[in-house]
Design a protein around this ligand. Structure first.
Ligand SMILES: O=C(O)CCC(=O)C(=O)O
Ligand SMILES: [Fe+2]
Length: 279
């Protein structure tokens, strides 16, 4: 844990809660310490924040670059902010399965800053899984087996016309149905800033091991996913008014729970630019 930040773990292997910081003002060595905490723990939670859309954008700019999301609706006034919204009458939510944002991009986004705007009376938590902890827990044979492997990631089956979301009641709100995506990354990447080895495959976007058919890829992928699904590696973000979470897509998977039918939930997300990943 950093000496600059007062913080405590969110769960034994994943996540951190940071106290005494107003993100609207975070800069310099405080922001450096926050970056380090996010890279290491995968997700950092901040309570009691007041971030206007402009302050949200300014924070993301101070962090580094902003990636404009190709699929989610954007706010009318601030194109940098994607809206992660479920109306009371909608059944399907965005991100309601384990995934890593943007793994289908050649240069995957570093992570996101998510601000709670409208919350259901209860439920709507977001789970995170630490992919360094998942990697460490693999047996030595599996670690050797995946050492030099690469995997292919795409979002086409999720977002394209006729894809998973198009067949739900949020399909009409999403953009980018005509985009084609695809990227190859090592199955185990090194975190570009911490150097930690991370399992970099996920059940939503990783479709094959390079050089193998889908059918031949699935047994190994499922074995790796099973380790990451072990709750020992997880943390739960329980949202409150004023909660902001910043996560790292390389260090974590996430899963937005859809257990609040009949209630609205709206989050503002800014996606942070990442870098090419290597073994
Ligand atoms: O709504 C959430 O908690 C997260 C949704 C999600 O997967 C995302 O914004 O990337
Ligand atoms: Fe997501």
């Amino acid at each position: 844990m950093s000496t600059i930040l007062r913080s405590e773990p969110l769960a034994p292997e994943c996540g951190v809660t940071v106290h005494d910081v107003q993100l609207a003002e975070a800069e310099g060595e405080t922001l450096d310490a926050i970056r380090q905490a996010v890279f290491e723990h995968g997700v950092a939670v901040f309570r009691g924040q007041s971030l206007s859309p402009e302050q949200h954008i300014d924070l993301a700019k101070r962090w580094g670059g902003i990636d404009i999301n190709n699929y989610f609706p954007l706010t009318d006034t601030h194109p940098e902010i994607a809206v992660v919204r479920k109306a009371a009458e909608q059944q399907t939510n965005i991100g309601g399965a384990w995934h890593t944002d943007h793994s289908y991009d050649q240069v995957p986004a570093m992570g996101s800053i998510l601000v709670a705007r409208t919350l259901p009376p209860k439920g709507g938590d977001t789970l995170f899984a630490h992919m360094g902890a998942a990697y460490d827990a693999l047996d030595e044979d599996t670690k050797r087996e995946i050492e030099d492997l690469e995997a292919f990631h795409t979002a086409d089956h999720v977002y394209k016309e006729g894809g998973i979301y198009a067949r739900t009641d949020i399909g009409g709100e999403l953009r980018g149905q005509d985009l084609q995506t695809g990227a190859t990354h090592p199955v185990v990447v090194r975190h570009p800033r911490t150097g930690r080895k991370l399992l970099y495959v996920n059940p939503s976007f990783t479709v094959t091991i390079v050089g193998r058919s889908r059918e031949d890829s699935l047994p190994l992928l499922e074995r790796l996913f099973a380790e990451a699904r072990n709750p020992d590696h997880h943390a739960r973000v329980v949202w409150e008014p004023g909660t902001v979470a910043i996560w790292d897509n390389r260090t974590t998977w996430h899963n937005a729970l859809n257990d609040y039918q009949g209630h609205a939930r709206e989050m503002h997300r800014i996606t942070l630019t990442g870098e090419k990943l290597a073994a």
